[in-house]
Structure formats: C-alpha cells, structure tokens
Design a protein. Sequence first.
Length: 367
Amino acid sequence: MSDYGTIEEILSSNAMTILRNNSLQDDGTDVVTGVDWFMYKGRAATTIYVSGNSWMGFGENAEHLRVVRRDTDLMTLKREEGTLYGVYRFLHIRWEGFSVHNNRIEATRMNWDCILFDTGDICVSFDVIPTNSSYLADSSLITGNETISFTPLSGKVISFKHLDDTGMSFEYQDYAPVFLDPYNRRYLVSDAAGDLYTIEEEALVKLSETELTAELFETYGVQDVPPGELLITLQDPTILYWHDSQNYFPPFRATYTGVPVPQVIYSENIDMSDMTILGIEKVTCDCDEHVLFAVSFDDGESWWGCVNSNWYRLTEEKSGMSKAALEAISVDAWAEKATTGQLKYRIVISGDEFLKSITTDYLNTEE
C-alpha cells in the first residue's frame, strides 16, 4: 500500500489497480473488494458495488452514492488502498465512462472518484462532468437518516463528514475532508514588523528571537491554532506553522470574521438660511440602533449632542448621541441651537451597523 501526503496525491495516483479496462458495463454492477473498517448505514463496507449507471453501494447492493444517476456507460474501473500521512487508511475507487448510454462522445465523458477513510468520512472528486444539462441527472448521498443532494462540477472536490460511528448520518462539506496531521506541530504568530509571538495564559507574548528555526517552534510554539481574538490586536498578523515531517503540510482551513474599524461619515453642510425655513421640526433615521450622531451648526468647527433637551459639546471624533436621542430632540431644543442657518451631520458606524438615510423635516412659512 502506498502512503500519501495530500488528498490531491491520492486522486492523481498512478498506482491504482485496473478492475475494468475500457470494457462496457451498462446496467450491471461490478463487485469490488471493500474494507471492514468503514461503516455505512450500520454495515461494514466489505464489498463495494459499482454500477454502470453511475452509483456505488457501500456494503450492500443499493444506491448509496449517486453521481449523475441515469443510464450511463462505465468503461474503466480502478481501485487502491493506502494511507494518508502514514496514519489514516483509505479506499479509493475511480469511475470512468460516459453519462449517456451508447453516446460515448467527448461532451458526455464523465470521470469521478470516491475515497472512503477509516475516520468514517467520504471524499468525492469530480474530474470530468458534462456541462450540458441534458446529459445530467440526480446526484446525492442516501444515508440512513436523509438524502443529501449535491451538484457535481468538473474539478470540484466535496466531502461528507461522519456524524456517528455507524455511518447513519453525514454532514455535507463543500471541500475536501480536513484531517488533523499526526506530526509534532507548532504554531507561532508574526506581525507586520516581523516580530514573533507565542501564547501564554491566553495572551500574546512577544519573543526576543527573530530567526525561525525548528528549535524555536519546539520551544515556544503552541499546538493549537491561535484564536482570532488575539490576532486582531496585531497589525497584519500571520500564522506560522511547523511540523516535524518531510511530508507536505496538511491543508489548512480557517474561518475569518472581518469587523471594520469605526467609520466616520460627514454630510454636506446644509444651508437653512432661506427665509421660508423657520426651524427644524424633527429628524428621523433609517439605521442601526447603535449608530452614533453629532450635529454641527458651524460647518464642523464644533460638534454637539442633545439629551433631554440639553445640548452638550462633543470633543472626541468618534463620539455622539444615539438614534433615539437624535430623533427625540424637540422643536424648542432645535430652535435653541440652530440659529446659524447651517446644519451638518457626523455619523459614526462600527462593525456591521448600517445607515440608509437621515431625513430632516423643517418648519416652513405658509405660502
């Protein structure tokens, strides 16, 4: 059995055993030697059934994995057992043929792979899938608890993560399975200046060393991926990974949530000097409740807030009053301050807050 360092290596292997070599299998089923360490619907997959109509059964002659399930032509069938990272056992089966029976042209060519891992996970790779919708059909994984539909696309790899030890429930993932590498692994963090950090007692600790060596990782590196709440305190942080193996690094997946820094937005300076404008009746806002507002009556020279009809001067650029406070300013309070014929708004938006509009209603003379 061969050992591989990545799933991509498994999929491109030249060591597969050819079970069917350019020989038509139409409506029949090829019986392939399976494995006793993979469970599906409560049954060990000691036999794999591969149909000429583009489906596989794990441990029983039933349609479990369907890829463009229709009257297709299986021409070549391959099999391989091996290990990933020298630890995880796998069974790899490759289906090659055409998606339309007796219409074996380039437009109907279809090749796909199924890899079973001893973790209970399933990987499915689509090498070539027809693009014409008239050549396609249902694609799904039929588990003991549900049917999970998916869309095969050329060059795409998906997976089904096992949710129990008996192979009854799986979770669809839009990428290849990710396995924890078995190596002695360590993480450090660097920032925009090139300084290095480790983590001690849930806090970043700056290292005096600047040269990356195996000894440095083994001495100061941490075994788990550093949490995002620590990284956000650094400028342009980078996660550095090391392991004690000559194999390729395993795939790394992380979920990032970006939170914008507070944004300060200014309106134009509104001219209220027209003789028809007597004052401000009210202001209404279509925005998040946490957006902050300030108003200026001198084109931004000074900024003000108002609470309970009492005006107060704001000295910080990112300070302000709430939406509720702005909308609660009375006619008399506006009249007290809006005497210059000018009005300007400053808006502070943080995180995922939003602002759609500010509407100012004026008191006007009767025509």
